[in-house]
Design a protein. Structure first.
Length: 359
């Protein structure tokens, strides 16, 4: 005999059966929606960026094994036409999958092209850095050197020919002025000060280039730092008083303006056609010491000398300034420029090598 259910129980069972049915429908529907077909995969990959598509492939390949073949045969050739940066990013996403191996030939080809372009760009940057040093750093350096020279020579001239009625010049008439002038020169021309001035500009410039290279490296590699060599070997300046300067001091002091004009044209203007000197800083200093050329960016012109507009003391001052300036320009600045250029080239080569090894 079957047990009979009460009417209330029948209602409950009825609703329970409905709920179970609905639940079964939902499970079936969810299962159908989650099923991925090759066509669905292609459509999805088409709507994604290369790196997003690579992540989609990695996330779903274990559940849908057909994705390996589909991605390698249909997507990898397309990725292979992209830039090196894109291929590299995708390759990192699909590590240890068949797509990784399939992308390798494209990666190698584009990497070689990419490195060739980088090498050219780094060389062009080096050329720009050299031009900037010559066109901007050296002129700024020379302005400060001029200022130091003028202050030092003002002090020298004050001690040599200063005092009431310029009484110190009397020594020259007694034949003792030359030694006195040389002593005053040596006491007031501080070689270390000029060396430090040049070093300050060079160190600051090379430090700025080191920052630029590190930024460039990080933009490409994305991690780590590039260490530049930002110091060069320094040559302490030894600014000498040329014998011709002492001769001119005597002539100017004795007011021999006519002889002074002839001498200044012969000894200080004509040598400008000699050009640059090679053979290292020592050779250049020796040559600059004996030569001299046309006034080192000072407030005097050749016309002023010819027309004898300058006081004798001013001519002494500017002649000596020119001699120091010429030594600095033709010997030391040429030496330092060569060292800076070598530093730029060596760091550029080092930068390219580091990028190629870590790319």
């Amino acid at each position: 005999m079957f047990k009979r259910y009460s009417s209330s129980t029948k209602v409950i069972l009825f609703y329970l059966s409905i709920l179970i049915g609905l639940s079964s429908c939902n499970v079936s529907s969810s299962s159908d929606e989650s099923k991925l077909t090759p066509e669905d995969a292609i459509n999805s990959l088409a709507d994604l960026s290369p790196t997003e598509g690579a992540q989609f492939f990695v996330d779903n390949r274990e559940q849908y094994p057909f994705l390996d073949t589909l991605y390698v045969e249909n997507i990898v050739p397309i990725i292979g036409q992209c830039s090196f940066d894109t291929i590299k990013a995708v390759k990192e996403k699909v590590k240890k999958t068949p797509a990784d191996k399939a992308l390798t030939p494209y990666y190698k080809d584009t990497k070689n092209d990419y490195l060739a372009k980088l090498n050219q760009e780094i060389k062009e940057n080096a050329i720009s850095h050299k031009k900037a040093f010559v066109n901007f750093i050296i002129p700024a350096m020379q302005v400060e050197i001029d200022s130091l020279l003028e202050k030092d020579m003002d002090e020298v001239m004050n001690k040599y020919a200063g005092g009431i009625m310029n009484w110190r010049k009397i020594k020259f008439f007694l034949g003792t002025g030359s030694d006195s002038f040389e002593r005053i020169w040596n006491e007031n021309i501080d070689n270390d000060k000029y060396t430090e001035c040049v070093a300050k500009y060079i160190d600051t410039y090379l430090d700025s280039l080191a920052v630029q290279r590190n930024t460039y490296y990080n933009d490409i590699i994305g991690k780590g730092d590039f260490k530049s060599e930002s110091r060069i070997s320094q040559a302490t300046m030894d600014l000498l008083l040329a014998k011709k300067c002492v001769r001119e001091v005597k002539k100017f002091t004795e007011k021999e303006k006519e002889e002074m004009t002839t001498s200044i044209l012969k000894d200080w203007v004509v040598p400008t056609i000699l050009g640059a000197c090679s053979g290292g800083v020592g050779t250049a200093v020796a040559w600059a010491y004996d030569a001299g050329n046309l006034l080192y960016d000072v407030k005097v012109t050749l016309d002023d000398i010819k027309s004898q507009k300058l006081e004798s003391d001013e001519v002494v001052k500017y002649a000596c300034m020119e001699n120091i300036g010429f030594q600095i320009r033709q010997a030391y600045l040429k030496y330092y420029t060569g060292r800076v250029f070598k530093n730029i080239d060596e760091n550029s080569d080092k930068l390219y090598k580091s990028i190629s090894e870590n790319l």
